[in-house]
Design a binder for this molecule. Structure first.
Ligand SMILES: Cc1cc2nc3c(=O)[nH]c(=O)nc-3n(C[C@H](O)[C@H](O)[C@H](O)COP(=O)(O)OP(=O)(O)OC[C@H]3O[C@@H](n4cnc5c(N)ncnc54)[C@H](O)[C@@H]3O)c2cc1C
Length: 450
């Protein structure tokens, strides 16, 4: 397979899987179909965000080739330039659950990611102006950690590097999917490039990872159930005068939930000035329209954050660059249509309150990659609708549970009624005291139970 990065998109996509595999010398796990041949079947992935890139790597581990069509132009990365981060994806930080870490371990990528990830050893939940408090500790739950926090800039960079190195993945960037067509045996997309040359590409399966406003989903006429939270998430990096000690703090305030998570030490951008061990990620949910003042004014941001958060993290002494994300829940009415699977935010965009969105997408991607790997082993079609429908069915329970949980947290903890407030404080206390509840909640939060 040709490995294009800064592509000449006028050239046709060519797969020579066996030759490239032999030439690459890379330790790619290859599943062989019953015939003994490496599969010639391939997948088109529309959208190369974190989910599209990760899914391509999961497919490569199953010996399945893919082409990613990504609207943005990405830089050609070199492992030697590792010290300089690029913010080509976004400025957020992601809490990776234990399950997500396990998935990256399974495909041999975790060693690469780990140096930029910060362990969560303890989780504390509290509410502004209330007595309720709950805590989870790794020792009590007998786990190595509850998960890891990683800056999206690093996660994106490492995923992109791995994709650019893989002989089974072709990345066509600066290319926008504009049309989708399918027959009984194949799926075809049309895409536009910056130089206005239109291309078509045909494969056995198309997986849409093109985000919340998914073009592929819309072109197929798949409707969505949307809910506008009338909230915006402000995300950024702060420094406190108290070390983070690997504690993740979740706090509920009348304006909305707040999360303060531990981060690795600074490297790369303006946030570098922040002191090692005291650097933290903030996700602060406010009402739509309020975000502008907090983005522009560091002093106001720090003062308001301090008031909402109290002293649990110590004193906030410095704020770095911040970004704002309006929050809506978008759920695709179905996730399979013929030879097309809708995945990632295109399938379910969730409120970030519990840090579950990407982790849920990773579990979807992992399950589908395994099912496709098994199809290849059986010598069967990887775009078979019945198998894809079985995937959709298999993922329903986990997806529904996470969607319900996120909404319950958002609505339950922002309800101003004093009786509801008392009830949730009692619930936090009960959670802290009841011996059987904590391990169950912990295993759900870590993505180990679905
Ligand atoms: C503030 C905030 C904090 C969060 N924190 C966490 C967390 O801690 N833990 C967690 O698990 N989740 C978290 N999430 C959720 C997580 O960010 C998302 O689940 C994840 O980013 C989804 O990735 P994606 O690749 O599906 O979509 P996207 O990131 O939207 O990527 C879609 C890609 O498709 C491309 N594209 C779009 N249209 C086209 C087209 N027509 N042709 C070609 N390419 C196209 C885009 O350029 C983009 O690169 C958070 C979300 C928010 C808003």
């Amino acid at each position: 397979m040709t490995n294009q990065t800064n592509n000449d998109t006028t050239s046709q996509t060519v797969f020579n899987t066996e030759q490239d595999q032999a030439a690459s010398g890379e330790p790619i796990v290859v599943n062989r179909a019953k015939s003994g041949a490496i599969t010639e079947q391939k997948v088109i992935i529309a959208g190369g965000g974190h989910v599209g890139l990760s899914f391509a790597l999961l497919l490569a581990a199953q010996g399945i080739a893919s082409v990613i069509i990504e609207r943005n132009k990405y830089p050609k990365l070199s492992p030697q330039e590792d010290a300089s981060r690029t913010h080509y994806l976004d400025s957020r930080n992601t809490a990776l659950s234990r399950r997500t870490v396990q998935i990256y371990q399974e495909i041999g990528l975790w060693d690469e990611l780990q140096s930029h990830a910060c362990r969560i050893d303890s989780v504390q939940v509290s509410e502004q102006g209330s007595f309720g408090f709950a805590q989870l500790n790794k020792e009590e739950e007998n786990v190595e950690s509850f998960g890891q926090v990683m800056e999206n800039a690093w996660l994106g960079r490492k995923l992109l590097l791995a994709v650019q190195k893989s002989r089974l993945i072709e990345l066509v960037d600066g290319a926008t999917v504009t049309a989708v067509d399918q027959t009984v045996t194949s799926a075809t997309i049309t895409y536009d490039t910056y130089n206005a040359k239109q291309q078509t590409l045909t494969a056995n399966l198309l997986v849409a990872c093109d985000g919340r406003d998914s073009t592929v989903r819309n072109l197929l006429g798949i409707g969505t159930k949307d809910y506008d939270y009338d909230q915006t998430a402000i995300v950024g990096v702060v420094q406190t005068d108290k070390p983070h000690e690997h504690v993740a703090l979740e706090r509920f305030s009348p304006s909305g939930p707040l999360a303060v998570l531990p981060l690795t030490d600074a490297d790369g951008d303006g946030n570098d000035l922040m002191q090692a061990g005291y650097r933290r990620s903030v996700v602060w949910i406010c009402k739509n329209g309020e975000e502008k003042q907090y983005l522009q004014d560091d002093a106001l941001f720090i003062a308001t954050l301090q008031q909402a958060f109290g002293q649990r993290a110590g004193t906030f002494v410095k704020a770095g660059r911040r970004g704002a994300y309006p929050l809506t829940r978008v759920l695709a009415e179905r996730q399979v249509e013929g030879r097309v699977v809708i995945m990632g935010n295109a399938a379910h965009t969730l409120h970030p309150v519990a840090g579950q969105g990407f982790n849920l997408c990773m579990r979807d991607a992992h399950v589908l990659s395994k099912m496709l790997g098994n199809q290849v082993l059986r010598g069967e079609d990887i775009g078979e609708t019945a198998m894809l429908k079985a995937y959709e069915h298999a993922r329903q329970k986990d997806q529904k549970r996470v969607i319900r949980f996120c909404d319950a947290v958002v609505h339950g903890f922002t309800h101003p009624n004093p009786a509801v407030k008392l009830a949730r404080n009692m619930a936090l206390i009960a959670f802290n005291k009841l011996p059987n509840v904590k391990p169950l909640v912990a295993s759900y939060a870590m993505g180990l139970k679905s």
